[in-house]
Write a protein that binds this ligand. Sequence first.
Ligand code: AVJ
Length: 332
Amino acid sequence: MKNEQGIALVDRDEDGVDRAFREDVLAGLSQRQKAIPARWLYDDAGSQLFEDITDLEEYYPTRAETEILEARGQEFAKLIGPGRAVVEFGSGSSVKTPLLLNAIAPGAYVPLDISGDFLRQSAAALSEKFPGLNVYPVEADFMREVALPEEVLVMRKLGFFPGSTIGNMVARTAVDLLRSMRATLGAEEGETPQLLIGMDLVKDREVLEAAYDDSRGVTAQFNLNLARRINRELGGTIPVESLRHTTSWNDDFARIEMHLEATRDIAFKVAGRSFSMKRGETIHTENSHKFTRRSSNTLLLAGGWTPVERWTDEAGRFSLILAEATEKREAP
Ligand code: AVJ
């Protein structure tokens, strides 16, 4: 996979091993609290399992956010206006992006994704649905500033980041991303870009824990797939049948945590290195932060974005927030 500059985005060694994946896994398994960044959950199998999760009875976020996008089109049109280049951080899902594009009459659509395959698929699907719309896919790591295609530089920009993906990041990383988005969208060039971002809300612990530990065990498979992926791609010998999926609400940090817990003392190898886990010890595999009105405002402001409007679904489970890049010279 190469980006526009012809630079391979996935750096593989002679054996075809993704170097960043190996480094993250080896470093993560060497920590006192074992932890692997959540982004590695999404190989092809993991991405498919996540799609399955979005259909589950217990997993409300996708339905709640879609409900907002369906209900608020006229308000988006009024507050965002026509002719903006919509820059989506992550390849558009088949359902959510068309709802937004239909509502606002955009000038162009620019999906950004690190996976060229997903990017081309979703760009092609969107072009088919919107024959008149200029679509400029860009293969890039949007955690850093991305150079947008020349054709959209003159247009006003709207960033779109649905799904509460921001919730997977700890505050420091989330703020870095929000600042990168500002830079990507041209906030430093006297532009006032807008950002439409989904953020899931704090709610009863039982509802949250069920959403991340469903009765059909799909989320468990999603989590366990990470161990299988390590075995597949990094020559691992993790006894996957001796790991179990666990979910818990961390009230201090307002987040759901997913872990893989050893059900007995185990020892295994990954990429030639030896590791062990005592019974009950865990590998932390994901955080999913939940927000309040205030905590989401604080995070956005820290990242250089001023909230201007917010919507929730009827049941008040999920929020979609419209923000604009904060002026540099704003009073303290
Ligand atoms: C893709 C980050 C929105 O945190 O809800 C779903 C991922 N993990 N079930 C989320 C996920 C377990 C999901 N996001």
